[in-house]
Design a protein around this ligand. Structure first.
Ligand code: C2O
Ligand code: CU
Length: 396
């Protein structure tokens, strides 16, 4: 199904680039062994999965070359497209860039009841950018502003195309780039039907002409190819860079039936009545509230079970995609800059894009575990330079 040019010389999980797609059902237990055969220390973080500190893959858990780390956690959260990637202090950017990242799909019975496209009609798209040498080697030359590559890769492939049937497809999209923000749109202006994001299905699905995605964010979209003539070509593009991302080539199959009824809706608890407000300033390229990350310093504590309001501000050098471990949050407002909350920011999120001059307010509640977690900028070059902080969840 995938055609195009493959990158050479990557770092890989189980020799797969991107890493193997993990699928699990809510309620299952994941037992995963990470054996580090890299020439560097590393650890795996399960981005979007809410697990105890020991299973969260934080920088202090990194193991040296030859070492192993055993994960054992229960999957106790709603269906969503999560992902996994390294998280060693100061080296996350290089390791993700070299190819270490993969998807982790959680399924549940609520989602299964929606009759969404499945099998070959459910396609994960791990989108990132990269630069190559003449011989095809990946080149990583980070700058403090973040790494921006010269070409897009989809599922590890440059200039990809996908042969599609006359059917509705479900695309599970991840912005897996180190620093590049994508503004996805279809070349013919057709709508993408947005059904989900980081935290799974939205309260209500909706048609979108364009979807912006910061680093680490996911979206879940339906694209309807039923009404196109065989031979039609449609490009998934990035409106920000003008790049072509992925070409869809419509084949001459008979129309494939679609059973879901749109819009897709999902009952989502609404967080409210925060009892604490905390403000975080993402300063320059290396600091949160004036401090560079230190692995052993805890910067604040949070009471388990209580709703808090966290306010993210920046005074330049954005975008900063802000990511929090240990809980999902709900976005309340954005002022300045784009001055609105977008449709893909409804429901549950674990990462939110903060652009220059913007202030974003979220509500968050840590329900599941006590222990240490991190919050950081998911522009990986900023994270590596210290735009990250530890906090601890404690019982009352
Ligand atoms: Cu996707 Cu702390 O990271
Ligand atoms: Cu940043």
């Amino acid at each position: 199904m995938w055609e195009g040019e493959l990158a050479q010389e990557v770092w890989a999980y189980n020799e797969s680039f991107p890493g193997p797609m993990i699928r699990a059902n809510r309620g299952e237990t994941a037992k995963i062994t990470f054996k580090n055969n890299l020439p560097a220390h590393s650890i795996i973080h399960w981005h979007g999965l809410v697990v105890g500190t020991e299973n969260d893959g934080q920088p202090q858990h990194a193991v040296h070359t030859g070492g192993t780390y055993n994960y054992d956690f229960e999957i106790n959260q709603r269906a969503a497209f999560n992902w996994y990637h390294p998280h060693p202090h100061m080296m996350t950017g290089e390791q993700v860039y070299n190819g270490l990242a993969g998807g982790f799909i959680v399924n549940d019975s609520e989602e299964a009841s929606k009759n969404l496209p499945a099998g070959k009609y459910e396609v994960p798209l791990v989108i990132r950018d990269a630069s190559f040498s003449k011989s095809g080697a990946l080149l990583y030359k980070p700058t403090s502003g973040g790494f921006l590559g010269q070409v897009a890769l989809v599922n590890g492939t440059k200039d990809p195309y996908l042969d599609v049937d006359k059917a509705v497809y479900r695309f599970r999209v991840l912005n897996g780039a180190n620093s590049r923000v994508f503004g996805l749109e279809l070349s013919n202006g057709a709508p993408m039907h947005l059904i989900g994001n980081d935290g799974g299905l939205l309260p209500a699905s909706t048609d979108m002409a364009r979807i912006d995605m910061g680093n680490g964010e996911r979206t879940d979209i339906l694209v309807d190819f039923r009404n196109y003539k065989p031979g039609t070509k449609i490009m998934l593009r990035d409106a920000r860079s003008g790049w072509d991302i992925l070409e869809f080539r419509v084949g001459n199959t008979q129309e494939i039936p679609f059973y879901a009824s749109l819009p897709i809706s999902s009952d989502i608890e609404k967080l409210n009545s925060p009892v604490v407000t905390r403000t975080f300033s993402f300063d320059g390229m290396t600091k949160i509230n004036g401090k560079v990350y230190e692995m052993d310093r805890i910067d604040w504590t949070v009471k388990r079970g209580q709703v808090e309001r966290w306010v993210f501000k920046t005074n330049g050098n954005a975008p900063h995609p802000v990511h929090i471990h240990g809980a999902s949050f709900q976005i309340q407002s954005r002022s300045g800059g784009r001055n609105r909350v977008f449709a893909w920011e409804a429901g549950w999120k674990d990462t939110v894009l903060l652009e220059d001059r913007e202030t974003v307010t979220v509500l968050i509640r840590f329900d599941n575990f006590v222990g240490r977690y991190v919050m950081h900028c998911h522009k990986l070059e900023h994270e590596d330079m210290g735009m990250m902080a530890n906090f601890e969840v404690v019982d009352q």
